[in-house]
Design a protein around this ligand. Sequence first.
Ligand code: FDA
Length: 394
Amino acid sequence: MSIQRDVIVIGAGAAGLFCAAQAGKRGRKVEVLDHAKKVGRKILMSGGGRCNFTNMYAGPENFLSDNPHFCKSALSQYSQWDFIGLVAEYGIAYHEKTLGQLFCDESAKDIVNLLLSECNNAKVKVTTHCDIISVEKNAQGFTLHTSKGEYQCESLVVATGGLSMPKLGASPFGYQLAEQFGLPVKPTRAGLVPFTLHEQDKDVLAELSGVSVDASASCNNTSFNESMLFTHRGLSGPSVLQISSFWHGGDDVEFDLYPHGDLLEILKSSATKQPDANLSTILSQHYSKRMCSVLLAYFNLPNKPMKQFQGKQLEQVADAFHQWRIKPNGTEGYRTAEVTLGGVDTDYLSSKTMQAKNVDGLFFIGEVVDVTGWLGGFNFQWAWSSAWVAGQHV
Ligand code: FDA
C-alpha cells in the first residue's frame, strides 16, 4: 500500500519547506521528504549563524542565469517585502547589516522555526532520514520508492538545492531527476567561493592571512566594491566571493586596492609635503604596516624617500594598487562555496509556476534551478519567491 499525498516535496531546505507551507495552506495534503537528519541545515549555517534572509534591494539584476529574465515573474509575485512582512509577523527582530542585507538579530534558528511553524499550521508532514530510491511517472502522478516506503502523489516538487557543502546534505539528485524527465541541466560550478592562488603568489600573500581591505574586484565586465580578505590559501571576503561567480578558469581578476580615492594624487602631494618620508610611511596612512611591506615587495616597488621617485614612477606605484591583476589558480570548490551556478535549464520551466513544460505536475524550485543570486540575501529570496509561486500551483 503506497502512502497517498497530493504533493510531495523533495528537500526540506529553504525552498522546500516554504513551498510545502504554501501548498498546505491551499488545503493540499503535503509531505516533505529529506535524506538528511535535520531540516534547513544551510539556513542554520547562513550569515554566520544569523541568516541573511533577504535583501531590501533584490531585483532581477542581482541574479545570474542563462536566461536573466526568468526570475522576474517569481520575484514580482513574491517579493522581499512579502518575506520581510512574514518575518515581522513572527516578531523576529532583524537589522540591515550593509547594502540592504537583512539579518536576524538573534539567530538563524528563528527562520527555521518560522518555516516549521508555517508547515505545522498548514498540516504539512516533514520526514527526515528518507532516501529517495526512484521516481516514476504514471497516470495518477508520481510514484516514489523511498527508504520510508512507497509514496504516490499528484504533484512532485524538487527542492534539493545545489552541490555546495556536501557535508550539509547537498546531492546531485535534483539534476539527475531533471535529466530523467528530459529537462537539460546547465553545467554547474561553484559560486560565491574563495579563490586559491598559484604558489608564487600564495607564498608571498599568505603572510597577509587575516588582513581585510576595501577593494573593488573586476572580471568579465562586472565589478564589486566591498571588502576582500587575504587567507592562507588565497583570497576571500565579499568582493572576492561576488566576483568568483563571474570568473571562469584562466581569467584574470583586477583589484583596485584603493577604490574610494586617487592614490596618485595622494602620492604626488606627499612627495611635495613630505619629501623625506619613505613610500611605506606614506602608504601606511592608508594600509596596515604589514600590508605595506608585503605588497611593496610583492609589486616589486622600491621603498625609498618620496623625493627620489622620478617621472612616471609614482604612476607605477599608484597603478600597482589601483590595477592589481592576478590570475587565480582556481576556487576552493563546492567544499566551501555558498552556491552552485547553473542547474535545471529555465527554458524547460514555466517562469510563472516553476512547473516543467514537458511533465505535468513536476516542479523545480530554489537553487537546483539555473538561477543564482549574488552574495547578500538574494539566494534565499530566490528560494522564497520560486517556492511561493510553485506553492500556488502544485
Ligand atoms: P537547500 O540546499 O537549502 O536545501 C536542499 C535540501 O534538499 C537539503 O535539506 C538537503 O538535505 C535535501 N536533499 C538534497 N539531496 C537530497 C536527496 N537526494 N534526497 C532527499 N533530500 C535531499 N544565501 C543567502 O541568501 N543568505 C545567506 O546568508 C546565505 N549564507 C550561506 C552560507 C552558507 C555556508 C551556504 C552553504 C549557503 C549560504 N547561502 C546564503 C545560500 C543559501 O543557503 C542557498 O541558496 C539556499 O539554502 C538554497 O535553498 P534550497 O532550498 O534550494 O536548497
